[in-house]
Design a protein. Structure first.
Length: 131
């Protein structure tokens, strides 16, 4: 997850797009390989780091940490640390994060319809490639 140089044209273009298109701003908050997966699991309730790690076995500990920090900075996730030995940390969606749940459910339904349609096409690879 590298940072874009603030002096680059790419940075300028992205900044303008995020400022002028609220949909792109929203997508920037949930983009990436893991954020939506994490949201799906947290939509069911609070989870500890180790529970999330087991729920998403493909993600590394470092990437999960980075994604949770990004989500916390974007106010999608709340992190609660309990003063216990050993320390206990729980993650949960914030109120604004919970607002994603119906959107994720709609996306799930759309994905199912698309998959059924896609699996039924003869030249599916050509359709995806845009030929």
């Amino acid at each position: 997850m590298g940072k874009i140089k603030q002096t680059s044209t790419n940075y300028e273009n992205k900044s303008r797009l995020l400022k002028n298109c609220i949909t792109m701003y929203a997508i920037s908050l949930i983009e990436g390989r893991w954020v939506l997966s994490i949201c799906c699991f947290l939509s069911e309730g609070k989870m500890r780091f180790s529970e999330l790690r087991r729920a998403i076995p493909e993600i590394t500990e470092r990437m999960l940490t980075l994604q949770l920090r990004k989500m916390e900075a974007n106010k999608l996730v709340k992190r609660t640390v309990y003063a216990e030995v050993p320390p206990r940390v729980e993650y949960e969606l914030t109120d604004i994060g919970h607002e994603l749940t119906p959107i994720l459910e709609q996306l799930d339904q759309w994905g199912q319809r698309h998959k059924e349609w896609y699996d039924g096409t003869e030249d599916a690879n050509e359709l995806i490639a845009g030929r």
